[in-house]
Design a protein around this ligand. Structure first.
Ligand code: V47
Length: 357
């Protein structure tokens, strides 16, 4: 542990084996110290947040991931499938607001065409001309490519022309194909997920990466996942942020796996911060981990709290996480940062400072 500690303090990269040793043996206080050193080196005392809203066009999904509490079949009770007009009506509600980002993610709809998604992005762009559009996980993009017969690079180029500016980090789960076969058998493979992001980065479309952990994966799986992300980031530099997502167990087929403790959430946050030395920002996504844990995570490597959300996402509450109606004001976000002795900074979607509070 001493060798790893010295490396981290000296700003030297740790190896996957050392990362595994941290997962197996390191206690929370020592991880907190190391992660805070890295965090401070990269982001000083700043805590970032933005003013954002989610649009979830549908929860009808062709995939059957065991961890998902959100998906429904077509016409099943509890399913929704918004028309373009309904999506545009949601966007119009924010036309006079101060949001700077719209995050659009939904199920992998079995029938919608690439034209439909192009119209969606173009329409939202027209209604919210100054707002950053972060839309569609690698899984959705890969499915659009399969459905349309166009290569992923072309799908991305067409959506970019319509106004897409970055892509969110979902669908990564754990980047190991044997594990994917167990928990998300219908999803694109690990290499495919990475390839969509590589392709986006090549076109100047930045992206995020997530890790869904705390279900049936091992520490070795988590290390493999982080290592694959770190290698891609070495090549492209296109990831803006990394978001660890703790598995939430309500209303899905992996419920028996239980949920990891708050200690494990903080240990994981810290280890991700230490290992991913080339991804600048680590998000404590409060609608998923809850406000208290998100605030604590700031002292274990996280520097970003995502945004105001305005009760616009259902993925997590349907899995039993956090608030049933996730919404925070700017002053609440600032208060959380200040109480932890950090400096709140409103950012845009590319992490440029908008205002320091
Ligand atoms: O890919 C699904 C996860 C992700 C559960 O890029 C679950 O800024 C926990 O990717 N328990 C989608 N997690 C959400 C996502 C995201 C969220 C916030 C910000 C960004 C960003 C991206 O949600 C899925 C999956 O990994 N998820 N079910 C569950 N039961």
């Amino acid at each position: 542990m001493n060798t790893i500690y010295k490396k981290v303090i000296a700003n030297k990269r740790i190896t996957p084996d050392e990362c595994l040793a941290l997962y197996r043996s390191a206690a929370l206080p020592e991880l907190g110290m190391m992660a805070s050193t890295v965090r401070e080196r990269l982001n000083g005392k700043y805590v970032y947040f933005n003013r954002n809203v989610h649009v979830e066009p549908t929860n009808i999904c062709a995939n059957r991931c065991l961890f998902c509490s959100y998906r429904r079949d077509e016409n099943q009770e509890g399913s929704w499938d918004l028309s373009l007009d309904e999506i545009f009506a949601i966007a119009r509600q924010y036309a006079e607001s101060d949001i700077t980002e719209v995050h659009i993610v939904g199920g992998v709809h079995p029938h919608h065409s690439l034209d439909f998604y192009e119209s969606m992005v173009s329409g939202v762009r027209r209604i919210l001309p100054g707002v950053h559009i972060k839309a569609f996980t690698a899984e959705e993009l890969w499915h659009m490519a399969q459905q349309s017969g166009a290569p992923v690079a072309e799908v991305l180029a067409r959506l970019k022309r319509c106004g897409l500016q970055s892509i969110p980090g979902g669908g990564a789960e754990i980047l190991n194909d044997s594990l994917r076969a167990r928990i998300c058998p219908d999803k694109v493979g690990a290499e495919g997920w990475l390839e969509v992001h590589r392709s986006a980065h090549r076109q100047g479309i930045g992206s995020n990466a997530t890790m869904l952990y705390g279900h049936v994966e091992t520490y070795e799986h988590r290390v493999e996942h982080l290592h694959r992300l770190r290698c891609l980031q070495d090549d492209t530099g296109g990831f803006n942020a990394f978001i660890p997502l703790k598995f939430c167990k309500e209303n899905n087929s992996l419920s028996d796996a239980g949920e990891v403790s708050a200690i494990e959430e903080l240990r994981n946050m810290a280890i991700c911060r230490i290992f991913l030395d080339n991804i600048l920002h680590i998000k404590a996504y409060w609608p998923m981990c809850g406000k208290v844990l998100a605030q604590l995570a700031l002292s274990f490597g996280a520097d970003d709290m995502d945004g105001t959300i305005d009760d616009s996402t259902k993925i997590y509450s349907m899995a039993g996480a956090g608030d049933k109606a996730p919404r925070m004001t700017v002053s609440e976000l600032c208060k959380m940062a200040r109480q932890s002795r950090f400096i709140p900074v409103e950012r845009d979607s590319l992490y440029r400072a908008v205002k320091q509070y």
